[in-house]
Design a protein around this ligand. Sequence first.
Ligand SMILES: CC(=O)SCCNC(=O)CCNC(=O)[C@H](O)C(C)(C)COP(=O)(O)OP(=O)(O)OC[C@H]1O[C@@H](n2cnc3c(N)ncnc32)[C@H](O)[C@@H]1OP(=O)(O)O
Ligand SMILES: O=CC(=O)O
Ligand SMILES: [Mg+2]
Length: 555
Amino acid sequence: MVKVSLDNVQIFGDVDDTPKFSPASTTVADILTKDALEFVVLLHRTFNPTRKELLENRIRQQDLIDSGKTAFQFLPETAVIRDDPTWQGPILAPGLINRSTEITGPPLRNMLVNALNADVTTYMVDFEDSLAPTWENIVYGQVNLYDAIRDQINYTTPRKEYKLNKPFATSPTVIVRPRGWHMEEKHVYVDGAPISAAIFDFGLYFFHNAQALIELGKGPYFYLPKMEHHLEAKLWNDIFNVAQDYLAIPRGTIRATVLIETLPASFQMEEIIYQLRQHSSGLNCGRWDYIFSTIKKLRNLPDHILPNRDLVTMTSPFMDAYVKRLINTCHRRGVHAMGGMAAQIPIKDDAEANDRAMDKVRQDKIRELTNGHDGSWVAHPALAAICNEVFSNMGTANQIYKIPQLTGTADDLLNTNIKDSVVTVDGITANVDIGLQYMEAWLRGSGCVPINHLMEDAATAEVSRCQIYQWVHHGVVMADTKEAITPDLVTAILEKQTEKLASTSPFGNENKFELAAKYFLPEIRGEAFSDFLTTMLYDELLTKNDKPFDLQKLK
Ligand SMILES: CC(=O)SCCNC(=O)CCNC(=O)[C@H](O)C(C)(C)COP(=O)(O)OP(=O)(O)OC[C@H]1O[C@@H](n2cnc3c(N)ncnc32)[C@H](O)[C@@H]1OP(=O)(O)O
Ligand SMILES: O=CC(=O)O
Ligand SMILES: [Mg+2]
């Protein structure tokens, strides 16, 4: 075994050794053990320089786009991968053959139990879009997964008893989504800089649970978010190989589904599967981040202005092209093509509105099934039945064997012309409202919230944020007032919304609307464009102890 020095490692978060849940749960100290930390530090030291280079490459690509020399093309240097029809993904892994209904949600203990009890095939446990990365959320997410896998997650609150209906081994297969390459975990420093959040989330989960999962007839399975280049997938693949070798687990045991949720990645779908080859479990249409990325990448080009958020749909030309290209690519290579998230959630106090919302979810799933997806996502247990019903029409565990015609040329992927496109005052107000409410919740530690009966998470909020930037930047003329959108107009809307929401907040003086507005303002005035809302706000979540935790006390 490689010896890893922890001399230059510091932990600034609490490493609690008292159980948080009743009956007694695993503790944070059982997760952040010396052995586990050595493993994640080894991965970080080995792979962080490449991660940083790849992040710099993203900035260079953006400069190219902004200068009008569009970088969007199928890469000439990887034509050989695309043109070779012979290579295939691996044989499907145990627990990942039928993925017709995947529930998703953050790894909060109550939600983990509820999701594992849901009538679904698989469960994407999310450290990313739906989780605000407080130290507490991150480390207890690991505690909760550890306990779930060992059938010791049952617990009681004053309100409710949470109990798994079935053993973990026969519950929906768990697929963990670590944070993306851009995020750092600032509660852990290695050699004077924060550790990569992706490596931290992946490493702790893999180290503690890979062997146990294999013994249960499943495996260490992952969803990989927000990649922008096939070499970013190669980086994951290299990490997987080292991780498996380290624990003497056969290479190819890990499986990873990549979210195609950035515009550049949709030009490299085949290469991404190729890089992960023996570890690939397909691709997923991460539609919300994909809309965000499309706006973000093309934000400074006047020909790609998108209309009001509710007019950008899965049938918009660029979205339709991306979905169809993804399904064709996956099925040609023998891997799953997963659908994405309709934002509608159950509406409890209005039966008719609920029926309309549920019908939107159903129509979305029907479109996905008809296009050829092998399964799709649901945001809430009450939506599982709809997805199950629609995808039962496959009649088989998946439809990988069906290869639809290859559509989605480079021009189609960039075709942002949407019929009857308009931007209106209501469209701006809705985006301001969503962005502000979401950021305020995130700053209080909630990464996924219902707003106006829709699920809002980091990806959907990004769409709202960067639409306003784009409209102000280009001085778009509103269809209703015939006036151009200016920084002063959006400032006035933000101020009004902030005052209204702060004065009615159930959190009273503890609400964070003023703080959220302070960060939001330069973004929507077009004066700043942060890479991600989450990296922009992250320091506000730090509960960094001044004195690092004494590593001698690690178990
Ligand atoms: C763009 C993307 O990345 S999509 C993927 C990321 N997004 C997600 O994963 C969405 C996850 N979903 C959620 O967080 C929630 O469903 C929300 C915030 C959208 C709605 O939450 P709420 O309004 O609180 O839902 P509601 O009150 O109906 O919840 C009822 C029960 O269902 C549970 N529940 C709701 N959603 C889920 C879920 N996704 N997984 C497990 N349990 C859930 C709640 O925990 C609650 O049970 P409890 O009282 O025992 O704790
Ligand atoms: O992660 C999913 C998305 O839509 O973004
Ligand atoms: Mg996403």
